[in-house]
Ligand binder design. Structure first.
Ligand code: ATP
Length: 346
């Protein structure tokens, strides 16, 4: 059955500069001729000779494509089209312009806790969508997490080349992933489950907060030994008590005892940021309306400013006393004057 488009990709897209590369793929910016829109074209080399180390088996490429087709979430890169030119399969993906989280972190000695939480929460939301479909990523690391752009701090998970669908009953045991981020079950050749990704979330969280890698040894063997012994430590300058609780409940050898995505999203370390994120959202909301605000009647401007301040104050209340955030946003938006959105500039 013909799975991918066989006409030359150049008929539909202008292929521009290289923007990234991996072991078997080169990624280039491209522009759709019909719409002028930009995308990322991932050229994945096919294996020509059985046993060759250059290129991927068609079935492995098809697995990545089929998994991407099942996913539709704000924090996961979207797939739009697939071509096959004989030597390569070309995936037309959403263009993610802000660079890898890895580069963003490079040179930083850890992030502010609120920023780390905002990043981890988005990773968890993407994972929640995948795990609800029994898809496990298996290669979560800062190189495979990208920033949508430099301004907003929105993240997208990329590279589903190692991803698998895990079904109860089937037993996947494979050696894959990047040493620093792999879970003990991968090293021990034990069954892979959704929990395998949660281990990597623990490692990434440690990474984001401290700039260091919890299990990294001088050699791959040493790294693997540290992982299987769950041998790491926290220094108190980088990790709050809540952060330590979050991470230590993910870096658990027995996958069944690790936090699930749901439990992570409900964890106090993640939830403490909600009011911070919301007040950011509210401020952004107000900023976004600034051009319209410049000329509207002073009465409306004053009322909006008052509501923003009131809502931020409400959200800044200590944990436990804050109100439902969606309600707060809704009530803020509803409190805008009725003619606010339509009002003509004067
Ligand atoms: P690996 O060898 O790690 O398995 P790969 O060959 O599967 O990698 P990707 O990781 O998917 O390739 O892509 C390689 C690099 O290209 C990424 O690290 C990223 O920098 C860039 N890249 C990938 N997808 C996109 C995208 N949608 N938008 C922008 N850049 C991208």
């Amino acid at each position: 059955m013909k799975q991918f488009k066989s006409e030359p990709i150049e008929m539909d897209y202008i292929i521009a500069e290289e923007i990234g590369s991996g072991q078997f793929a080169t990624v280039r910016r491209c522009i759709e001729r019909s719409s002028g829109k930009e995308f990322a074209a991932k050229f994945v080399r096919k294996k020509r000779i059985i046993g060759s180390r250059r290129g991927l088996l068609l079935e492995d490429i098809e697995r990545e494509v089929n998994i991407l087709k099942k996913l539709n979430h704000d924090n996961i890169v979207k797939l739009f089209n697939v071509y096959d030119n004989g030597n390569e399969v070309i995936l037309i993906l959403e263009l993610v312009k802000g660079g890898e989280l890895f580069d963003y972190l490079a040179g930083k000695e850890g992030l502010e806790e609120t920023q780390a939480i905002a990043f981890i929460k988005q990773i968890l939301l993407g994972l929640d969508h995948m795990h609800s479909k029994n898809i496990v990523h298996l290669d979560l690391k800062p190189e495979n997490i990208m920033l949508l752009d430099k301004e907003t701090q929105r993240l997208k998970l990329i590279d589903f080349g190692l991803s698998r669908v895990v079904n109860t009953g089937s037993d996947i045991r494979e050696i894959l992933g990047t040493p620093e981020f792999v879970a003990p079950e991968i090293i021990n050749y034990e069954p892979i489950t959704l929990a395998t990704d949660l281990w990597s979330v623990g490692v990434i969280t440690y990474n984001l907060l401290s700039g260091a890698s919890p299990f990294l040894g001088d050699t791959k063997q040493e790294t693997f030994a540290n992982i299987t012994a769950v041998d790491y430590f926290f220094d108190s300058t980088h990790f709050s008590d809540l952060a330590q609780h979050f991470i230590s409940n993910l870096l658990v050898k027995d996958g069944r005892k690790r936090l699930t995505v749901d439990q992570c999203l409900q964890h106090d370390w993640i939830k403490q940021n909600d009011s911070y994120l919301l007040s950011e959202t509210v401020i952004q909301l107000a900023n976004n309306y600034q051009p319209q605000l410049i000329n509207i009647k002073a009465r409306n401007r004053w009322k909006l400013a008052y509501e923003v301040i009131k809502t931020c104050t409400r959200l800044a209340r200590p944990a436990g006393q804050e109100e439902n955030h969606h309600e707060s946003i809704n009530s803020l938006v509803n409190s805008f004057p009725n003619d606010f959105y339509n009002e003509k500039q004067v």
